[in-house]
Design a protein around this ligand. Structure first.
Ligand code: SF4
Ligand code: SF4
Length: 362
């Protein structure tokens, strides 16, 4: 019988299936949809159509995803590993790939884990029931429900933060047509801290309409390097530093990640940690596919990735990259060649300045 499944039993099954966090939220319409809507209306979603088109409206109510949904099982899966934070990496010849993207694509791993949970729940209940698995791309305000399910609070850097586990975890949800006792949200423990706001190199963490903090994607390095297609406005290149896919700075500096636990999951063990920029720039499209096809980096696409590498090379102050940049500057795609030309100019100006000579420009 379905109703024999208690909230405690459901969470126990989720943890036994390999998740590190599990909690239950009621499936009522999203209470902070208004805030999300205002964020989109203000243009802060940039060009991310999946947030601004009809799929955005679906986020208002999880019943749009599963009619009759009563409860949401929210789960978290750690992905932290024992490698340094980006704020501790001073090697200018290396590019930074966001921590979450070092292993397998999490969408498949979380989906498989949640399918296992659903099967175990059906086995425990002795009958099948309607459910829907959501991982990241499904139109649901997942951090809001994860907060209601007690998994953490939403920090000023807009990440979900768990008091014991920090913020290096993926989120997933299992929508259930099963009435379960919901958990309670934890208190917001950011307090007066504003380390993430002060550390953000592009001042992308901005006050929101309701007095909280939010991220203006149009200023965020993660958005530029992953979601933005075409050119990245030149005025942002310098502040992008060494980031070639995503940006971890506002999580690296968060005190709740100071001693964040690490994952044992094989899928999230690093394949690429801060790879040398010249090796990345030399990758053919086939090599890019074979290295990154099954990782989140694939989302940037080959041309976008080369664009990001050109910008990082320009920020490196390393004249040794001039040769690789010369090749990128001859690329037929302007999104690659233009930042490469700007980077060459930057390295040349830097070399002249380092030699104490006046900069000449035609
Ligand atoms: S990801 Fe980077 S650029 Fe974006 S808000 Fe955080 S620190 Fe700023
Ligand atoms: S750095 Fe400080 S303000 Fe930012 S999310 Fe972490 S605790 Fe909150």
């Amino acid at each position: 019988m379905l109703q024999n499944l208690t909230a405690a039993a459901v969470k126990k099954i989720a943890l036994a299936c390999g998740f590190d966090l599990a909690g239950i939220a009621g499936a009522s319409p999203a209470e902070d949809y208004g805030r999300y809507h205002a964020w989109v209306q203000a243009g802060a979603a940039g060009e991310m159509r999946y947030l601004t088109d009809r799929r955005g409206e679906l986020r208002q109510d999880p019943a749009n995803l599963l009619p009759g949904v009563k409860s949401i099982l929210c789960v978290g899966k750690l992905y932290n590993s024992p490698y340094p934070y980006s704020t501790a990496l001073s090697d200018a010849e290396r590019g930074w790939i966001s921590r979450y993207a070092w292993g397998e694509d999490y969408h498949d791993t979380l989906r498989e884990g949640l399918s296992r949970v659903a099967k175990e729940l059906e086995r425990a209940a002795g009958e099948s029931f309607e459910h829907r698995i959501c991982v990241d791309t499904a139109p649901i305000l997942e951090r809001s429900y994860a907060r209601l399910a007690g998994l953490g609070w939403i920090g000023k850097n807009t990440c979900l933060i768990n008091q014991q586990k920090g913020s290096w975890f993926f989120l997933g949800e299992l929508l259930l047509n099963l009435e379960l006792q919901p958990d309670s949200p934890p208190p917001d423990r950011c307090g007066k801290c504003r380390r993430c706001i002060d550390a953000c190199p592009t001042t992308a963490i901005v006050p929101s309409s309701n007095g909280d903090w939010t991220i203006d994607s149009r200023l965020c390095i993660s958005y530029f390097t992953i979601e933005k297609r075409g050119a990245i406005p030149a005025e942002h290149h310098s502040s992008m530093g060494k980031n070639v896919f995503g940006c971890d700075i506002c999580q690296d500096v968060c005190p709740w990640n100071g001693r964040a636990p690490r994952t044992e999951a094989a899928a999230f063990q690093p394949r690429e940690f801060a790879p040398p920029l010249d090796r990345l720039a030399a990758m053919t499209e086939d090599e890019f596919r074979s290295v990154f096809r099954t990782t989140p980096v694939w989302r940037a696409k080959y041309a976008g990735f080369l664009r990001n590498i050109a910008i990082a090379m320009g920020n490196s102050r390393e004249p040794k990259f001039l040769l690789a940049l010369g090749k990128l500057a001859r690329d037929s795609r302007p999104e690659v060649s233009e930042p490469a030309r700007l980077a060459i100019r930057k390295l040349q100006d830097g070399a002249v300045a380092d030699a104490g000579l006046p900069t000449m420009r035609a």
